[in-house]
Design a protein around this ligand. Structure first.
Ligand SMILES: [Ca+2]
Length: 135
C-alpha cells in the first residue's frame, strides 16, 4: 500500500513537471543559413531568398524570406523559425538594385537560382558561382 501511494505521488509529480519541462524546450522549428558567393558582385548589392511550398512556383505565396548584402563577393542570408519540411527555394541577386520592398522579384540583368531544400533540421547551405544564371 505504501508503495502504491509512493508511485501515485511520483506520477502526480511527473504530471506536474512534464508540461513545465516541455514549455522550456527549444522550438522544434529550424533555421536556414545560406552562404551565397558570386564573383564580381559589387559590395552592397543584395541577394533575396524566399521559400515557397514544396514543388511551388516562383509566384506562389512566400512562406519565409530573407536577404543580405554582398561584401567581397559573399553574402550570408539567415532565415529563422522555419516549420520543418521540404520547400522550394527561389533566390536572385539584384544586380541593378531595383527590387521592390514588397515581394521583390528579379528583372533583366539580375542572377537567379532555384533549388529544393529539405528543412527537417537546421541547415547551412552553399550557393556558389555555379548556382547563378542570368534572368
Ligand atoms: Ca533587379
Amino acid at each position: 500500500m505504501k508503495n502504491i501511494s509512493r508511485i501515485f505521488a511520483m506520477l502526480l509529480a511527473l504530471a506536474i513537471i512534464t508540461p513545465l519541462l516541455s514549455s522550456c524546450e527549444k522550438s522544434p522549428n529550424v533555421y536556414l543559413n545560406a552562404m551565397v558567393s558570386k564573383q564580381n558582385v559589387p559590395n552592397g548589392v543584395k541577394v533575396y531568398i524566399k521559400l515557397v511550398q514544396e514543388n511551388g512556383e516562383a509566384d506562389d505565396p512566400t512562406l519565409y524570406e530573407g536577404d543580405a548584402a554582398f561584401t567581397s563577393s559573399i553574402a550570408t542570408v539567415v532565415i529563422e523559425d522555419i516549420v520543418p519540411k521540404t520547400y522550394r527555394l527561389y533566390s536572385f541577386i539584384d544586380m541593378n538594385k531595383n527590387a521592390g520592398l514588397n515581394d521583390p522579384m528579379p528583372d533583366g540583368g539580375d542572377f537567379v537560382t532555384e533549388t529544393d531544400v529539405v528543412m527537417t533540421e537546421d541547415r547551412v547551405i552553399s550557393m556558389p558561382e555555379s548556382y547563378w544564371f542570368p534572368f
